[in-house]
Design a protein around this ligand. Structure first.
Ligand SMILES: Nc1ncnc2c1ncn2[C@@H]1O[C@H](COP(=O)(O)OP(=O)(O)OP(=O)(O)O)[C@@H](O)[C@H]1O
Ligand SMILES: [Mg+2]
Length: 390
């Protein structure tokens, strides 16, 4: 199945039903942008926020679905509308289709039935040039998120040095500090700014000057979006706005590297869902390995980490004890890349605000990060359709 790369809004589908659709949608590259109870909510929003696909349940229509379909298409002219419902008569269906609905599905249906209906309807509409292109065709860049369920294992070090290593290959790279409360990308790269991610959230368009002002340019060429310094704004940040921003940045940069905090709440989940690859970092200690295993199991339906993650062993092999092969066996998975413990070397470089490629830093330190960048690029080239945005 090819990844559609479109956003869908579910109107009148209850949350529980929406959750049951999520996994099939994710696999097909359909992101559930929002679930909405009333049609008026859609009509009240600006036209620029219309989803590629609107799934309209008859229960959300005040009467027959046909007038509602017409109303929605008047507002969201490039959206594809699929109507779902219970006990609809042939007359109701035919009127809804005549009004512009591109598919009709009766309850009960399986999630993959709705996916197939959306795929067929969207592809047909696209072949007639009636809809705007999905994300898959409109954005060139790749979103990479770096995460560990356990704090202090090296995510920021890896996200930062990966961004620098990707930039050293000639790519344009944005590094986004999504460790919103205590983000330290700024101090690792010795950067500061009055601007942070907050300045870029909630905009329909991102003008160049706004992006250039908000993303601080580092000497490596990486553009960095810092976490807010004002902690009180953190709780006002909507994960959905963050994902929308990442998609927009991916339209401008070859790579958008996100440094996540270890807390597994909606922001981390949404960003990992939206990412093209999730880099999971662990150190070789058993508690860290167990935390990763638990996260893989707990998020299996939503994140499919066993398929989508790149596992990175930091500070490996451990100074005393198990080899990388032993640790992989205990972990039950291969590490795509391992990074040795560099002790003073990397910490000193960080403390001096130097990147791994600085001539004053031992070139040996840069090697594993260069290799990591190669591994990530190769993984993206192998299977670009593995994106799982939902
Ligand atoms: N391979 C390594 N060798 C030596 N020191 C390392 C290595 N990786 C990370 N460190 C050091 O470990 C400390 C924690 O690293 P880092 O801040 O990257 O972890 P984190 O997972 O982002 O932590 P947090 O949960 O606080 O966000 C830092 O002092 C960093 O310099
Ligand atoms: Mg960190």
């Amino acid at each position: 199945m090819t990844s559609l790369g479109v956003d869908a809004e579910l109107i009148g589908t209850d949350r529980h039903a929406a959750e049951s659709l999520r996994s099939a949608f994710t696999a097909a590259g359909i992101r559930i942008m929002r679930t909405t109870t009333a049609v008026d909510e859609v009509l009240a929003r600006p036209q620029t926020s219309c989803a590629h696909v609107l799934v309209l349940d008859i229960s959300a229509c005040p009467g027959e679905p046909a007038p509602t379909v017409r109303q929605l298409l008047g507002h969201c002219q490039e959206s594809v509308i699929i109507v779902t419902g219970t006990d609809a008569s042939a007359n109701t269906i035919s009127k809804a289709v005549a009004a512009g609905a591109r598919g009709f599905l009766l309850h009960p249906y399986e999630p993959h039935d709705l996916v197939t209906t959306i795929q067929e309807a969207y592809e047909t509409a696209r072949s007639y040039g009636k809809v705007r292109a999905g994300r898959g065709t409109s954005r060139a860049g790749q979103v990479l998120s770096v995460y560990s369920p356990k704090g202090g294992v090296g995510c920021t070090t890896i996200a930062t040095n990966l961004a620098v290593a990707l930039a050293a290959r000639g790519s344009s790279v944005a590094l986004v500090d999504l460790s919103l409360q205590f983000g330290d990308v700024g101090s690792v790269l010795d950067l500061s700014s009055v601007n942070s991610i907050v300045e870029l959230l909630g905009h329909d368009q991102l003008p160049d000057d706004l992006v250039n002002e908000a993303l601080v340019l580092h000497s490596s060429g990486v553009r960095v979006l810092l976490a807010p310094t004002d902690l009180t704004v953190v709780e006002t940040i909507d994960p959905e706005d963050v994902v929308t921003l990442l998609e927009k940045l991916a339209g401008r940069f070859d790579y958008v590297v996100c440094d996540l905090w270890s807390s597994l709440e909606e922001l981390s989940m949404r960003v990992m869902e939206a990412a093209d690859r999730v880099l999971i970092v662990t150190t070789p200690e058993l508690p860290a390995l167990h935390s990763v295993q638990r996260i893989i199991t707990a998020t299996r339906d939503r994140l499919r980490l066993d398929e989508r993650a790149i596992f990175i062993g930091n500070r490996m092999p451990a100074r005393a004890g198990l080899s990388v092969a032993d640790i992989s066996r205990a972990f039950g998975r291969e590490f795509a890349a391992t990074i040795p413990s560099e002790g003073v070397g990397i910490t000193e470089a960080i403390n001096r605000g130097l990147t791994i490629f600085d001539s004053r830093v031992n070139p040996r330190i840069a090697k594993p990060y260069k290799h990591l960048a190669d591994v990530v690029v190769a993984s993206l080239q192998q299977a670009p359709a593995a994106t799982a945005r939902a």
